[in-house]
Design a protein around this ligand. Structure first.
Ligand SMILES: [Zn+2]
Length: 336
């Protein structure tokens, strides 16, 4: 009988699940695991499935039963031995007192007698002090207690923590797998051309989940209009872009301008079109290519990245003013 995938929603995670569960079955598992990946790969579902298996009292080989009390509690996210450590306000770090408190709790007996799991969905929320407090417990962990740490980059963890964990770098699935997954999952919605899906995937750093939501969003529907306005803004008045950029999707749009300019550079460098981000916008790329020299494009990209950083880092800034400054400085570059 063909095995059914554990993570049927996100099949690219199955291999990681199998390998880690095999370690547990062969008693060669680690106490702490790091999952390092870009956002939008569904890692939290992998961690839920691993947690379910560890807690399940009626496991069938690599499968958890999904119907025992423990499986149901994990599924409902209310298992008393699962500690999810995060601060809902992104910028506020998890302090040392919080970790000390956690340590006290996990040294007590587990509620369900199936061990304990401590999960950090965003490890970079720990500062140096709370990381060091956690390190102590990783050095001498209580029995049957496991730690799942999630990060975007290895550098977010102290080397001493890293050295006590098994590290899993989780990469996006290859483009072919992602495209067929997207086609399957989008089939009840609008029909997309492969080139359009491919471009969205590349724009979303190959995250199939983020691509799925982007393709369903209205801003994707209006993408052709956006690029035509961009072109006409370059030809006539850059301020035509202001009304489009001045909204909550500003970072998306800035990325789109950045990526299409990168494609124009690729065209200048005679790179094969199949390697472009925007494979569905080749005619716009050619038009910008005819309009602006490569050296100017490079300077424009620098400016875009500079203003993007400002928009991300400073919460209290007047967005409109930043956008006006960005547009005027782009105009200064390509017009003179
Ligand atoms: Zn179960």
């Amino acid at each position: 009988m063909k095995k059914k995938p554990i993570l049927s929603l996100y099949p690219w995670l199955n291999n990681y699940y199998d390998k880690i569960i095999n370690q547990f079955q062969n008693k060669k598992n680690y106490t702490a695991y790091i999952f390092c990946s870009l956002n939008g790969l569904g890692i939290k579902f992998l961690i839920y499935e691993l947690t379910k298996w560890i807690f399940c009292i009626n496991k069938q080989k690599i499968y958890s039963c999904s119907i025992c009390n423990n499986c149901i509690l994990v599924h409902k996210n209310i298992h008393p031995d699962l500690y999810i450590i995060k601060n809902n306000i992104k910028q506020v770090p998890i302090g040392v007192d919080y970790i000390r408190n956690l340590i006290n709790k996990i040294y007590q007996t587990s509620y369900k007698d199936v061990g304990k799991i401590v999960w950090f969905p965003n490890f970079k929320q720990l500062n140096i002090f709370s990381s060091n407090a956690l390190l102590k417990i990783l050095e001498e962990p209580p029995k049957n207690t496991y730690f799942f740490l999630q990060c975007n980059y290895k550098e977010e963890l102290l080397p001493t923590i890293y050295s006590r964990c098994q590290f899993w770098n989780i990469f996006p699935p290859n483009e072919k797998i992602s495209i067929s997954w997207l086609k399957k999952n989008l089939q009840n919605n609008q029909i997309f051309k492969t080139k359009s899906i491919k471009s969205a995937l590349r724009i979303c750093n190959y995250s199939p989940i983020n691509t799925f939501y982007l393709l369903k969003n209205n801003i994707w529907k209006n993408r052709n209009i956006f690029y035509n306005v961009l072109l006409s803004a370059f030809k006539t008045d850059i301020m035509c872009l202001l009304s489009i950029l001045d909204n909550k999707h500003i970072l998306f749009y800035i990325d789109w301008i950045y990526l299409i300019l990168l494609d124009v550079i690729k065209l200048h460098l005679k790179i094969d079109l199949k390697f472009f981000y925007n494979v569905d916008q080749i005619s716009i790329i050619y038009k910008i290519f005819d309009l602006i020299f490569i050296d100017k494009i490079k300077l424009m990209i620098k400016k875009i990245l500079f203003y993007k950083k400002i928009l991300i880092k400073i919460n209290t800034i007047n967005y409109k003013l930043v956008i006006i400054n960005l547009l005027l400085s782009l105009e200064d570059i390509y017009k003179f």
